[in-house]
Design a binder for this molecule. Sequence first.
Ligand code: NAI
Ligand code: MG
Length: 503
Amino acid sequence: MPTSNSSAADAQLPVNEGHRRALEWVQTGPKKLLIGGEWVNAKSNRTFDSFDPSTEQRLTSVAEADALDVDAAVVAARKAFEAPSWSGITPHARTRALLKIAEMIDLHADELAALESLDNGMPLWYSTASAAAAGEVFRYYAGWPSKMFGTTNPTDSSAFLYTVREPMGVCGQINAWNVPLMQAAIKISTALACGNTVVMKPAEQAPLSTLRLAELILETNLPPGVLNILPGFGPSAGAAIAAHLGIDKVAFTGSTAIGKQILEASIGNLKKVTLELGGKSPNIIFPDADIEKAVQSAVKSFCSNSGQVCSAGTRVFVHESLHDEVSEHIAKIAATYKVGSPFASDTKLGPLISAKQLERVLHYIESGKEAGATLLQGGCRIGGTGHFVEPTVFSGVANTMKIAQEEIFGPVVSIIPFKDENDAVFQGNDTQYGLAAAVWTRDISRAHTVARRLKAGRVWINTYGEADPVMAFGGYKQSGIGREFGAESIDAYTQTKAVLVRF
Ligand code: NAI
Ligand code: MG
C-alpha cells in the first residue's frame, strides 16, 4: 500500500476482475526500474508519482531514472546483445520468445487494460481494444524472424555476393503517454524480432502499463538485459538515451518539437533515428460520399482517446454545398458522446492526461473563438476534478487558423469548407504535418486520385483510423522519419551487410 497521501486506487470499486488485479498491482508498492533483469531503485533514489487523470489522485510512486541509470541499462543491454543467449539463437527461437510474450499479454489483457485506464484515463473499451492489439502486434512480429531475407546478387562466376539483414544493436526507445501500452508493444516487439536489445523510457505521465508489461515479459524468461525499462523525465532520462554513445538506434514517439531535439542529440554517434510525431490529418468528405457513415466516423475519429491520437482526423473538409448541414450533424452526434469515468460502461471519452494538457486544449478552443470560427458544440471543461473536456466542434474554420494548423491533442475538430477537388487537396496538404488522411467518395477514380495526391503516410478511403500491423505507419513532412509496422519497420530495426566471396 502507498504509505502517504490518499491513493486513487483505494477509492475505486473494481468493475471487473482485471480492474481488481490492476488495483492490487498498483498497491503492491513503489515501482522500480528494470535493468539487466533486476528491478532496482534509481541510483539517485529519486521517485516521482503517477496520477489518475480522472480523480487527480496519486496512484503510486515510480523510480525516476536519470543519466546514470541510462548508463547502467546500456551496459546491460550491450551485454545481452552480445550474449549467445540472444545473438546466438535461431530465428525460430526468437519467434517462440515473441509468441510467449503475446500469450502472456492475452492472459493478462484485462488487467493491462484496466491499468492503462487508471494511469492514462482512456475508457475501458478503448484500453481493452488496445491490450488485445498489443498481443496481436507481438504475434505479427513473431512471424518475421524467419522471413527477414537477404539477397544473392549478380557477380562474375568467380565470386559470390550476398546480403544479410543484421540487428542494429542497442535500441533506445522513448514513448509518449497517449497510448502507452500499444507504443511499448510496437517498439519492443519490432526490436526483439530483429534481434536487438532495448532501453525504453515510458512517458512520465503514464508509465504503469509499460512496467507491468515488462514484468510479464520477464516471466516468459527473456534473457536478462534484453529489455530494460527506465521511467523518468524527458530532459534527464530521455535526453540521456538520445545522446548516449552506446545506443545504436533511437525510436521516439511524441511532439515534433521534441522529435527535432532527439535528432540533434543523436548526432554524436550518428544513431539511426525513427520519429513518430504529430499530425493535423485531413478527413475529406465529397458530396457523393455515404454522408451518414462519413459523419459517424468523423466524430469517432476526433473523439477517440479524447483526441489524444496523433493520426486523429482533426480537420474535416466538407464541400461548401454541404458544409452547414454536415457540421450540424457532426455537432449533434458529438453532443451525444458521453464524457466520464473510464470505467463507466457508457463512457466514450475519458479525461485528458494532465492539467497541462487540459490547459493547452482550452487555450486552443479560445483561440478558435477569437479567430472567428463558429463554436457549434462543447468548448468547456467538465466538472472541477479530473481533466475532462467536452467534445468540441468548430465549423466555418479557415485552414490558416491556429486551430487548423497546430496539433491540439484534445477532442476538438475544425470543419473547413472546400470548393472542388483541387481545393480540397490543396488545403488538405497545406500543413507542416503529413501523418494520415482520409477521403470519402463513391467515385472510385476520385478516391484513388485524391489518395495519391494527399501527402500523408497513411490514407484511408471510406473509413478512418483502421489499423493493422501489416500497414506501415509514419509521417510525411514534419510528422516524422521512418515507419513503424509493416515490412518497413523491419528495415528500421535492421541494417544490411553485403558479403563478397572471391573463389
Ligand atoms: P513530448 O514530446 O514532450 O513527450 C514525449 C516523450 O518524450 C515523453 O516520454 C517525454 O518524457 C520525452 N521527452 C521530453 N523531452 C525530451 C528530451 N529533451 N529528450 C528526450 N526525450 C524527451 O510531448 P508532451 O509534452 O507530453 O505533449 C505535448 C504535445 O505533444 C501534445 O499536446 C501533442 O500535441 C504532442 N504529442 C504528440 C504525440 C504523438 O503521438 N504524435 C504524443 C504525445 C504528445
Ligand atoms: Mg498517470
